[in-house]
Design a binder for this molecule. Structure first.
Ligand code: SF4
Ligand code: SF4
Length: 342
């Protein structure tokens, strides 16, 4: 354990950079704190509650090019002509595997425990067999320095969903702010080599203080299905912000993109998709599974709680409160799935 000054904390970031890491951390921009690549380490923010974005934006970026391929598409006077396999024999496309450029080793510096839990959740989703190679390439060698969160705001619920502590193996350094200084513990060999300390210590951070405490217990599938969220969702415009800012929402869609000037060069792109959008559950034949606002909200709640528990053995909600804080109508799912107790 070491007591470091602000300058020494900045020195750790410089050292990570020297070791080849792209360091990403919280920084204030236009009144909002965001995780950004810290080109200038003095922009690191250490007094904050929430960030607009989350580690998923770096580990699972939106609009990620998966590969390019050559198609036989041509522009004719009737429009675009593409040969499909069932119509004209085998589709003669040539896959040219071209991954997005590797970004090198990634380090998150100064994220809160809820965000460390979100990385654990994404790992469970993306690294379960078969592992997603794009995610894995970014995840391998990841360095995590967690900054203790002293007190949440009125939207935080990490304690209610069990994400108030850093999961084992999800911090290389654990940092606590004490006045102008920082108490830093190494929790992995990578962390101790950065801190130049021999010992690796178990993290024993206290829980953040909550402004409001909720018990979230109505989370089984049947209970969610029988509840009526109509009144709660009166102000919901289905804008999808709740899923965009959620650190664990990982649903995606695949698009093939090409220019009409050269339709033979196609790139396959993985785009974020939101369960709040109509297109999320629409299939051929104009069939729509999640027809109403209520259906989509309940689906989100089921995915976050019973489905995630069943599939990954942990809550898909890490209690960051982003979906409430950044919802234009401040729609708050806590009272739908539980009750306020303090
Ligand atoms: S952010 Fe709010 S308004 Fe937008 S879809 Fe989500 S709940 Fe509805
Ligand atoms: S559902 Fe809301 S509170 Fe839970 S992790 Fe997602 S954004 Fe955070």
């Amino acid at each position: 354990m070491a007591k470091l000054s602000w300058q020494e904390i900045l020195g750790l970031i410089q050292e990570l950079r020297k070791r080849g890491f792209q360091v990403v951390g919280p920084s204030s921009e236009g009144g909002v704190v965001k995780l950004v690549p810290l080109e200038d380490e003095t922009k690191l923010e250490t007094d904050y509650v929430r960030t607009l974005n989350s580690p998923k934006d770096f580990l699972l970026p939106d609009k990620e090019r998966l590969f390019r391929y050559k198609s036989t598409a041509t522009i004719t006077s009737y429009g675009l002509k593409i040969r499909f396999p069932t119509v004209e024999g085998p589709c003669p496309i040539t896959i040219v595997p071209e991954y997005s450029p590797p970004i090198g080793k990634l380090a998150f510096f100064g994220i809160h425990p809820c965000m460390a839990n979100s990385i654990k959740y994404l790992d469970k989703v993306m690294l379960s067999d078969p592992a997603d190679p794009y995610y894995k390439a970014r995840r391998d060698g990841l360095f995590i320095a967690v900054l203790e969160c002293a007190e949440g705001d009125e939207y935080c619920l990490c304690k209610s969903v069990g994400s108030d502590k850093v999961p084992k193996g999800y911090a290389d350094l654990s940092i606590r702010k004490e006045g102008d200084d920082f108490i830093v513990k190494a929790s992995s060999p990578m962390g101790s080599s950065l801190l130049m300390e021999e010992s690796v210590e178990e993290i024993e951070e206290p829980s953040p203080k909550m402004k409001e405490e909720y018990v979230i217990d109505a989370t089984d599938e049947k209970t969610i299905e029988t509840k009526d969220p109509t009144t709660l969702l009166e102000g919901c415009t289905l804008c999808s912000s709740c899923t965009v800012v959620c650190p664990t929402c990982y649903c995606s869609d695949i698009q093939d993109r090409f220019s009409l000037m050269d339709p033979s060069n196609v790139e396959r792109v993985r785009m974020r998709m939101s369960c709040q959008r109509r297109s999320y559950s629409s299939i051929a034949g104009n069939v729509l599974f999640l027809k109403t606002k209520n259906d989509r909200f309940k689906w989100r709640m089921k995915h976050k709680f019973p489905f995630s528990e069943k599939m990954y053995g942990m809550s898909g909600c890490v209690g960051c409160g982003n979906c409430i804080a950044f919802c234009p109508s401040r729609i708050d799912f806590r009272s739908f799935l539980g009750r306020r107790v303090a």
